[in-house]
Design a protein around this ligand. Structure first.
Ligand code: FRU
Length: 294
């Protein structure tokens, strides 16, 4: 830890191999640069629970003033989060939750709401409420994460009301990864003559499924919905007509750090900060990219 800075803030990131996480780190680093008093220590869990647990133990040992964590999964990280709390470190949980609410604050998107928006749009794409018909492939994110469960539950609140909608897969996880989703979709395409819509719990998986359909010459028959809306990924894929829609899942990097600093400066913070979402289709993809200067 830096002795010359007022605050040492640790951030335990789950992994950096996924593009959304790389953006997340950029966002938190950019925010930290605005505070000369803050020394930000970022660790990379390398997509492994054991590595992330060791990272957090290390940050506790360094006696950071605050701990920010975006956990790889809920169950495996709950213990070490509790350890930090017990050590008197204020903990800010970002994006994926843990199985305790003893932390200082949670900052992230409302995955249930995003799932509902995706489900409502899927119903519309398949013919509208009461008339929707089609075979749906849902590709789950990590089964041990709250976002995957919320994204699924919200979606099904809408699609399960439609007798004409059939789910072709049962809780198949691509673990948020494009290549795993490609393989799931390639198998689904071999097993099913008709696939009408793919719901990927994030854009890399929706895009992986798109690529599998393209390789099978069937991409034109299928709608693809994803989540994240990174400009250079999801939004661009929507603009190109590869994905039909994506839903913004803003990274909590900047807001999470701002909140931690606010708390360290003695101000009150809310228990939960919910980041807004937005539906991106061909209609607004260009405008969204222009806003980002792309
Ligand atoms: C990145 C990611 C995002 C997704 C989020 C959910 O690791 O998979 O694509 O929206 O995590 O926690």
């Amino acid at each position: 830890v830096a002795q010359d800075k007022k605050w040492n803030i640790g951030f335990s990131q789950a992994t950096t191999i996924e593009p959304w996480r790389a953006q997340f780190n950029k966002d938190i680093i950019a925010e930290a640069e605005k505070y000369p008093d803050v020394n930000l220590i970022i660790t990379d869990g390398e997509d492994k629970t054991e590595k992330q647990v060791a990272d957090v133990e290390n940050l506790i040992r360094q006696e950071v003033d605050a701990l920010l964590i975006s956990p790889k999964e809920s169950a495996g990280l709950t213990g070490v989060v509790q350890q930090a709390i017990d050590a008197g470190i204020p903990v800010f949980v970002l994006d994926r939750n843990v199985d305790t609410d003893q932390y200082t604050q949670f900052v992230g998107g409302d995955n249930k709401l995003i799932g509902r928006a995706a489900g409502e749009y899927a119903v519309e794409l398949l013919g509208g409420p009461g008339k929707a018909e089609g075979n749906v492939v849902e590709i789950w994110g990590g089964l041990g994460t709250q976002p995957a469960h919320d994204r699924s539950e919200g979606f099904h609140e809408f699609t399960d009301k439609e007798p004409g909608i059939k789910n072709l897969l049962d809780q198949q996880s691509g673990d948020w990864k494009q290549d795993q989703a490609y393989n799931i979709m390639a198998t689904a395409l071999r097993n099913n003559e008709d696939i009408d819509l793919v719901y990927g719990h994030n854009d890399p998986m929706a895009y992986g499924a798109y690529l599998a359909a393209k390789d099978a010459g069937r991409e034109k028959d299928i709608k693809f919905i994803g989540i994240d809306a990174l400009p250079a990924e999801g939004v661009t894929w929507v603009k190109n007509g590869e994905l039909t829609a994506t839903f913004l899942y803003a990274t909590p990097g900047a807001e999470g750090l701002r909140q931690a600093i606010k708390f360290l400066n003695g101000e009150k913070v809310e228990k939960t900060i919910t980041l807004p979402t937005e539906k991106i289709t061909k209609e607004n993809a260009d405008a969204v990219l222009k806003e980002k200067g792309l």
